[in-house]
Design a protein around this ligand. Structure first.
Ligand code: DX5
Ligand code: ZN
Length: 222
């Protein structure tokens, strides 16, 4: 994957679960780069979605790399199951991980890209010790738990500060952002240093996912 390239990661949270095969086919054909899968446990976040079985089934119907965002307590108990199910990228929340360095190494040993996620109110400064070990950092630009929320404006500066930190240590890690991303903010986010753009509502809630993705790509490449 070219580091300079911007990646679009549709989040199936806003897709129609009863028609998931068709929804995934649409975004894959439209040029999505990876597929973002939100795992929620009703404990770390106030919502429940799905577990490894869903990841395993989706793996059978798409060639897109699967980007599994674990919004769960005690993620160390489940990373093996998600890796076995076919996750290509696995991210765990800083706020939910007690032994984060060990967990990041474990995810890499399982053959996956390893990411750490931080909530909107968590500062990028707490990442200093883990940055040299991660493949990507996922910055939440909404409070995790639900699709279709409003983008939190301080996220632009947060991405820019993180990019400075990565440059300072010579890290190739990617910056992913998640929550409230749409045509109005995607270009400014790219200019702030974001590489991977998660989009749920603005893709699947748009009525025309194909058009939504092609417009995002056009803006990113403009
Ligand atoms: C929210 C999830 C997101 C969500 C983003 O907790 O982590 O991935 O699907 O959805 P939108 O793009 O609708 O904000
Ligand atoms: Zn997510």
């Amino acid at each position: 994957m070219d580091k300079e390239q911007s990646l679009i990661a549709p989040s199936i949270l806003s897709a129609d679960f009863s028609n998931i095969r068709e929804d995934i086919r649409l975004v894959e054909t439209a040029g999505a780069d990876i597929l973002h899968l939100d795992v929620m446990d009703g404990h770390f976040v106030p919502n429940i979605t799905f577990g490894p079985k869903m990841v395993k089934d989706i793996k059978q119907i798409t060639k897109l790399p699967l980007d599994v965002h674990l919004m769960i307590s005690e993620p160390e108990k489940y990373v093996v199951d998600f890796a076995k199910a076919g996750a290509d990228w696995i991210s765990v929340h800083f706020e939910a991980s007690v032994h984060l360095n060990r967990l990041i190494n474990q995810i890499k040993e399982l053959g996956c890209k390893a990411g750490v996620v931080i909530n909107p109110a968590t500062s990028v400064d707490i990442l200093d010790e883990i940055l040299p070990y991660v493949d990507y950092i996922l910055l939440m630009s909404v409070n995790p738990g639900f699709g279709g929320q409003k983008f939190i404006d301080t996220s632009f500066k947060k991405a820019a500060r993180l990019r400075e930190k990565l440059v300072a240590i010579g890290s190739e890690a990617m910056i992913e952002m998640d929550g409230g991303i749409d045509l109005s903010n995607i270009k400014k986010l790219k200019n702030s240093g974001v590489d991977v753009f998660v989009a749920g509502n603005s893709v699947f809630g748009s009525g025309d996912p194909t058009k939504a993705i092609s417009e995002m790509k056009k803006i990113l490449n403009s």
